[in-house]
Design a protein around this ligand. Structure first.
Ligand code: HXC
Length: 510
């Protein structure tokens, strides 16, 4: 009997070595942890239960029958993060570069099926070169099975991807269908085809970093939602993110013990908006002073910085924040900001996370670059996302809410539940100067007259009261009481029930 038990231990030890000590050393030398080390760090101590440790591929082409590694390049199983169930798979780069065989795909799809059936999030740690080249179509079919499950689980359970090494082919397509993608700086890359193929096909010379490094994907392509300095920071931050997310679309967001007084007054907010309407201020200051303990997990902070999106908590409940950022492009809405915020709003709506919107927007960004780039459709994405969202929506206009952008930013007209404004709010079709110059074009030659017209327009619209008179705002609030008022509103809306008409699915302008 003892012998049998020892045999199991030997087999396990073999499996734990993945592609062998030499490749593990190479992984470490690149500044990367191994798949197993990553899983250990991601999950609560001793909570990981591994499945399919002894699975091997069945390929016999290209001498593959002689290259068998138990586990076949992916570690799968389940565990907990701060006590809450999650399913996890981690690609093992030391085995055929983490590439996906048919057997490897089955391991992943088993975990995907369990996550969906048991309604718990799934986290993929990617460090892999796509389809196992030696397996041909069997590997491609395996990816198809993974992709199909990604789609079915979308909007039901949170799916998180962390890119922790060079990733190509299916190892970028599967993440692309998940809710969030995170990268590790300097060691992770994402591309459909790597630099060598690029050189062959297009004759472009490009490094892996230039083609698909963390900086490209967090600032230019917006494929990645955030980048971290190394594996350890990335995994600890994923643990932090998971505390904000619900287990599924049916469970409701988690509630953490609230240590921050929801009645907390912030007198400094009374002077946040500068006297000069053209002077910017940092909207993140408002977010940080509103959320519990200043704890804000920003999503896509390096992309479309004129829009801020991320998770915070109020009274311990998760809230999604969307805010125009006057510090960047004066907070205008452009195509990138529209896409970014639309995706975030839809995530929140899928998973029953209330949305708080802070508005200071002088309008859509004008110009040919924007129009040719599809501003109409990208802006419409955000309009559509807010309009279809049925979660509690609390909106606060701090300063400008001009034109179409006023309507888009969770206005009353798009079923905003509670719409507040600070006394500094200005709600109009456009800024006073532009407005006066259009209405009184014939007086343009007389600067004094125009000045007076601008003043008139300002007096009429550079305040929240015209909108408040019409009931488009529910209340004009003091800046210092923002946290308290939003907390009260969210509390009042906690059991909101609103349903859209039945449909197969909508047709958001993609
Ligand atoms: C089999 C692979 C592999 C693959 C890497 N390896 N990718 N084995 N199939 N797809 C193996 C290597 O042979 C090597 O084995 C080990 O993994 C490490 O690879 P290196 O090339 O030495 O590492 P590195 O220089 O860091 O480069 C990593 C890489 C590169 C960028 C991922 O290996 C690469 O470009 N691989 C091919 C990527 C690719 O084109 N995949 C197919 C995508 S198609 P040894 O024995 O030396 O350790 C696809 C279709 C899905 O995925 C459908 C999409 C819609």
């Amino acid at each position: 009997m003892q012998e049998i038990l020892e045999k199991l231990e030997v087999k396990r030890a073999e499996a734990r070595l993945g592609g062998g000590q030499k490749r593990i050393d190479a992984q470490h030398a690149r500044g990367k942890l191994t798949a197993r080390e990553r899983v250990e760090l991601l999950l609560d101590e001793s909570s990981f239960e591994e499945f399919d440790m002894f699975v091997e591929h069945r390929c016999t082409d290209f001498g593959m029958e002689k290259q068998l590694f138990p586990g076949d390049g992916v570690i799968t199983g389940w565990g907990t993060i701060n006590g809450r169930l999650v399913y996890v798979f981690a690609k093992d780069f030391t085995v055929f570069g983490g590439s996906l065989s048919e057997a490897h795909a089955r391991k992943i799809t088993k975990i995907q099926d369990m996550a969906l059936q048991n309604r718990a999030p799934i986290i993929g740690l990617f460090d892999a070169g796509g389809a196992r080249i030696q397996e041909g179509v069997s590997a491609l079919g395996g990816y198809g099975e993974v992709f199909q499950r990604n789609v079915l689980a979308s909007g039901v359970i949170p799916q998180i991807s962390v890119i922790m090494g060079p990733c190509a082919g299916g190892d970028v397509y599967s993440p692309a269908m998940t809710d969030f993608i995170f990268m590790v700086r300097d060691t992770s890359y994402m591309f459909v085809t790597g630099p060598d193929v690029v050189k062959t096909v297009t004759n472009e010379t490009v490094t892996a970093e230039e083609l698909g490094g963390a900086s490209v994907h967090t600032t230019r392509s917006s494929i990645a939602d955030k980048a971290f300095d190394n594996d350890v920071v990335a995994l600890l931050q994923i643990r932090r993110l998971m505390d904000f997310l619900p287990a599924s679309n049916l469970s409701g967001p988690p509630q953490l013990p609230a240590l921050d007084d929801s009645e907390r007054i912030e007198m400094s907010l009374d002077t946040l908006v500068p006297a000069n309407p053209n002077q910017p201020y940092d909207i993140k200051e408002l977010i940080l002073k509103t959320v519990d303990e200043g704890d804000f997990f920003e999503i896509q902070e390096a992309f479309a910085r004129n829009m801020v999106t991320g998770f915070g908590r109020i009274e311990g409940h998760t809230v999604g924040f969307v805010a125009n950022q006057p510090m960047v492009l004066a907070g205008t809405l452009d195509s990138d900001a529209g896409r970014k915020a639309a995706r975030f709003v839809r995530f929140c709506d899928c998973f029953n996370i209330p949305i708080v919107t802070f508005v200071d927007v002088p309008g859509f960004l004008p110009g040919t670059a924007q129009e040719y780039g599809g501003l109409i459709k990208h802006g419409a994405k955000l309009l559509f996302a807010y309009a279809e969202a049925t979660v509690p929506k609390v909106t606060l206009i701090t300063r400008k809410a001009y034109g179409g952008a006023y309507v888009v930013m969770a206005s009353k007209h798009l079923r905003g539940d509670v719409n507040y404004a600070w006394p500094t709010a200005e709600i109009a079709v456009m800024g006073s100067k532009g407005a006066a110059e259009i209405i009184y074009r014939s007086e343009l030659s007389d600067p004094e007259k125009i000045k007076a017209r601008v003043k008139d327009y300002e007096a009429r619209f550079a305040n929240p009261f015209v909108a408040a008179q019409r009931g488009f705002l529910d209340e004009v609030i003091m800046p210092h009481s923002t946290r308290k008022r939003i907390a009260r509103a969210l509390n009042m809306l906690r059991h909101k029930k609103l349903e859209n008409p039945w449909k197969k699915h909508d047709n958001i302008p993609l």
